[in-house]
Design a protein around this ligand. Structure first.
Ligand SMILES: CC(C)(COP(=O)(O)OP(=O)(O)OC[C@H]1O[C@@H](n2cnc3c(N)ncnc32)[C@H](O)[C@@H]1OP(=O)(O)O)[C@@H](O)C(=O)NCCC(=O)NCCS
Length: 166
């Protein structure tokens, strides 16, 4: 991959986003919670984009996609649950299996930090990661996050909560 562009998601992304999510469904489901099966159709993805874009409009969500130099979506990153009163948000990201290990998640999280600071005037970011997701924890630590809590829930995987003051 020679270069990538990180930009705000838009409504015209439905087809490409569905391709990205379908191609990587199994890969993502190994690391993050599975999406409802109704998501995996043009109708489902369009509704998903519309809801994210209404979040952008009302200042609660900022969704981004990562495109390669052919315009193919190879990753996603979101500022989620933006709270403009306490100036915080959660970060989330997912990279196509075929594009992993090239620093894209690190690049995406760095961009989320920058947008959180400059566009949204936030002062605190959080991220929730399953303990087994070593790659994701590495990305967060490299971007300056530190582990705040580790919750142990009986019968469930551990959940690491990372935070960053910005
Ligand atoms: C986690 C994820 C986002 C990382 O994306 P990425 O673009 O490969 O991340 P980066 O290349 O920026 O950095 C990942 C680092 O973790 C390392 N890594 C990945 N898996 C690892 C593992 N199992 N053990 C040790 N290190 C690992 C990589 O080698 C890399 O480190 P390096 O640059 O020093 O070599 C990607 O694997 C992914 O999308 N997974 C599925 C969805 C997901 O887990 N999202 C995050 C939810 S919290």
């Amino acid at each position: 991959m020679t270069s990538v562009k990180i930009r705000t998601l838009h409504i015209a992304d439905s087809k490409n986003l569905l391709r990205f999510e379908l191609d990587n469904r199994e890969w993502f489901e190994r690391h993050v919670d599975a999406r409802a099966s109704s998501f995996y159709s043009l109708l489902g993805v369009t509704a998903h984009i519309e809801s994210y874009l209404s979040g952008l409009e009302n200042g609660t969500w900022h969704p981004f996609v990562i495109e390669d130099d052919n315009g193919k979506i190879v990753g996603r990153a979101n500022l989620k649950d933006i709270n403009l009163s306490d100036r915080s948000a959660e970060v989330g990201y997912r990279i196509a299996e075929s594009a992993c290990g090239q620093g894209l998640a690190t690049l995406a999280v760095s961009r989320l930090i920058e947008e959180g600071k400059l566009r949204w005037n936030l002062k605190r970011l959080v991220a929730n990661v399953y303990a087994e997701n070593v790659g994701s924890a590495k990305v967060l630590k490299r971007c300056g996050f530190s582990v705040e809590t580790i919750s142990k829930q009986v019968g469930l995987e551990d959940d690491y909560r990372f935070t960053l003051s910005i």
